[in-house]
Design a protein around this ligand. Structure first.
Ligand code: ADP
Ligand code: LRH
Length: 503
C-alpha cells in the first residue's frame, strides 16, 4: 500500500502521548498508542520535571506503537513544551534533573539581564516576549551552579529525548527560538546577545531544521521497545506550539489561531518578524515556525488556571475525607449556566504562573479590581473561561493591529477544543467565527512534517493544512450575544492588565 505510519512523541505539561499517524496522499488518521501523566516533582524546594519517567513513557509509547503498526513505522518525531533544558557532561551523563519553567529560581534574573542588555535592545535582537522563564533567564539564574559550571552540553527537552533515543545531539530551530538567543531575521544564533549576557553558545549543539534527519534509534532503544529496525528520527517543529500551528486546518491565509492546552498561545502566522517597540510594549513574541514562518503571538495562562483550581478543590475534598474528584464535564455544564462576565481577571498576568492556591489568587484579583468574588467552583470556572476568552480577543486584536494583517476566522486547536463553552465564548468575545479542531494538532503537525520528509505527501503548509481540513473532524462556532458586554468587561480590567515588557 501507499500508506505510511509515523510515531509522534508529543510531551505537554499536562500529559505526554505517543500517537501513530497513518498517512497516504488523501488520508490522515491518528491512533493514540499511549498517554501518560506528566507529574513534576519538588525536590529541596526546586520544581523539577520527572524526566526519566517521561522518557519511560516515550519508550512505552513506542512499544505500543510498534505493536499497533506491526512494526511498520517509517519514522519518529518529537515535540515538547519550550524553554527548558538538560545539562550533560562530556560523556553524555545528565548532570541534573531539568528544572520546571514554573520554578521561582528566575526571580530577579530579568533585572540582571536588563542591566547587561536593556529590554528594547534584547527585543530588537530576538523578537521574543518577556516571560520570566525564558531560557536566558534560567541560564542567568543558574550561573555559577555546579551543574552549569560542569556542563559540556545543553539540550532542550525535545533534543534531550531525541539524544537519548539516537545518541545524536542537535538543537532544533523552532524550539531554539524560545531560548531568546536566536535572531529571527537570520534564523541563527544571536551571538551579540549571548556575549552581552555571558552565555556560552558552544553549549548548544548545531542547529537542525524541521525535516532534517536527527539520527537513528540506538540498539538499547530497540531492545526496550520491541522495534526491530534502527528507525530514523526526523526533526519536526520540536516546539509543541510550532507543530500545533502546522496542525491548524486553515484554508485561507487570513486566519488567527489559538493553541489551547495548559497555555493559550494566541496570534498569527507571519512570514517576517515584527520587531517594533510597540510590539515589545504589547509583549508579542516572534517565535520561529516551520517552513520559514514566524509565530507572532502572546502567551495567555490558558487552561492551567482551570486545572489548578480543580486540583485545589479536589485536595480540599480529600482533606474532608471525601474520595470523589471533580467531574470536568459537569463542572463545565454548571459554568455554562453561571452569570456571564460577572467578574474577569487578566489571564496574561504572571501572578497566575506558579502552582498552588489558584482559586484564592483568582478571588484576590477580582477583589482588587472591585468585582464580585466568585464563590462556587461553577462561578470560578466561568470567571476563568470568560477571562480566557477576553484575553484571546485582546491578543488577536493586538496581533492584527501590530502586524497590519486582517483576520476572518479564528482556529482553536489543542485540548481546549474539547471545551465547547470556551470555544463559544471565544467566538462571542472575538466577534468572529471559531473553527475548533483538531485537539491533537501538535501530534498532527509533527506527523505531517515527517510524512513530507518521507515523501509520502508534498507541498507547503497550505497543502498540509488542506489535508487536515479534508480529513479531521472540525466544529464551527458563530459569534452570539451582545458584543459590547465584552468591551465593558475589558474596561473593568483597564490599566490593571499586565504587559510585562514594560519592565
Ligand atoms: P498540554 O499539551 O499542554 O499537555 P492539552 O492540549 O492536552 O495540554 O490540553 C489539556 C487541557 O485540555 C486540559 O487541562 C483540559 O482543560 C482540556 N481538556 C481535555 N479534555 C477535555 C474534555 N474532555 N473536556 C473539557 N476539557 C478538556
Ligand atoms: C506550550 C509551551 C508554550 C511555551 C510554554 C513554556 O506547551 O511550549 O509555547 O511558552 O510551553
Amino acid at each position: 500500500t501507499t500508506e505510511h505510519r509515523f510515531a509522534a512523541v508529543d510531551l505537554g505539561a499536562s500529559s505526554g502521548r505517543v500517537i501513530v499517524g497513518e498517512v497516504a496522499p488523501e488520508r490522515l488518521a491518528l491512533h493514540e498508542a499511549h498517554r501518560f501523566p506528566n507529574q513534576p516533582t519538588r525536590v529541596l524546594g526546586t520544581l523539577h520535571w520527572d524526566i526519566l519517567s517521561l522518557y519511560q513513557g516515550v519508550l512505552n509509547g513506542l512499544k505500543a506503537a510498534a505493536v499497533h503498526t506491526g512494526d511498520t513505522l517509517t519514522s519518529i518525531g518529537i515535540d515538547t513544551w519550550a524553554v527548558d533544558y538538560g545539562l550533560l557532561a562530556a560523556d553524555g551523563t545528565l548532570l541534573a534533573n531539568p528544572v520546571h519553567y514554573r520554578d521561582t529560581r528566575t526571580t530577579g534574573a530579568a533585572e540582571k539581564v536588563a542591566a547587561a542588555l536593556p529590554p528594547p535592545a534584547l527585543y530588537a535582537a530576538t523578537g521574543i516576549q518577556h516571560l520570566p522563564f525564558n531560557t536566558i533567564y534560567q541560564l542567568i539564574a543558574a550561573q555559577g551552579t555546579p551543574a552549569l559550571t560542569a556542563a559540556h552540553r545543553l539540550l532542550l527537552i525535545p533534543d534531550l529525548i531525541s539524544y537519548w533515543l539516537t545518541g545524536q545531539p542537535g538543537t532544533e530551530l523552532t524550539n531554539a527560538s524560545t531560548t531568546q538567543l536566536i535572531d529571527p531575521r537570520t534564523r541563527d544564533w544571536a551571538t551579540p546577545v549571548a556575549k552581552a549576557l555571558g552565555i556560552d553558545l558552544s553549549l548548544f549543539p548545531p542547529l537542525r531544521h524541521p525535516g532534517d534527519p536527527a539520527g537513528t534509534l540506538r540498539q538499547d532503544v530497540l531492545t526496550e521497545t520491541g522495534l526491530t529496525r534502527p528507525l530514523p528520527v526526523t526533526a519536526v517543529g520540536s516546539h509543541d506550539t510550532a507543530s500545533a500551528v502546522v496542525g491548524v486546518p486553515a484554508t485561507t491565509p487570513d486566519f488567527a489561531y489559538i493553541a489551547t492546552g495548559t497555555w493559550s498561545l494566541a496570534g498569527l502566522e507571519l512570514d517576517a518578524p515584527v520587531l517594533t517597540e510597540e510590539s515589545r510594549a504589547a509583549n508579542f513574541t516572534n517565535e520561529l515556525g516551520v517552513d520559514g514562518t514566524v509565530r507572532y503571538l502572546r502567551n495567555i495562562m490558558g487552561l492551567w488556571m482551570l486545572q489548578e483550581c480543580v486540583r485545589a478543590w479536589d485536595t480540599e475534598t480529600a482533606r474532608a475525607g471525601n474520595a470523589s474528584t471533580t467531574d470536568l464535564t459537569a463542572l463545565l455544564q454548571a459554568a455554562a449556566q453561571a452569570t456571564p462576565l460577572r467578574s474577569v481577571v487578566d489571564a496574561g498576568d504572571p501572578a497566575f504562573l506558579a502552582p498552588h492556591h489558584m482559586p484564592d489568587r483568582i478571588a484576590d484579583a477580582c477583589r482588587r479590581t472591585g468585582q464580585p468574588v466568585p464563590r462556587t467552583p461553577a462561578e470560578t470556572t466561568r470567571c476563568v473561561l470568560d477571562s480566557l476568552a477576553l484575553a484571546h480577543r485582546r491578543a488577536i486584536e493586538d496581533a492584527t493591529r501590530l502586524s497590519g494583517r486582517a483576520v476572518s476566522a479564528v482556529h482553536i486547536v489543542g485540548g481546549g477544543v474539547h471545551n465547547t463553552l470556551l470555544c463559544q465564548l471565544t467566538a462571542d468575545a472575538c466577534g468572529l467565527p471559531v473553527i475548533a479542531g483538531p485537539a491533537e494538532a501538535a501530534a498532527l503537525g509533527n506527523v505531517l512534517v515527517q510524512a513530507r520528509t518521507a515523501g509520502v505527501i508534498t507541498g507547503g503548509l497550505p497543502e498540509l493544512r488542506a489535508l487536515l481540513h479534508s480529513t479531521q473532524p472540525l466544529r464551527q462556532y458563530e459569534p452570539t450575544g451582545d458584543h459590547s458586554a465584552w468591551d465593558r468587561a475589558a474596561a473593568r480590567l483597564g490599566d490593571a492588565q499586565v504587559t510585562e515588557a514594560a519592565n
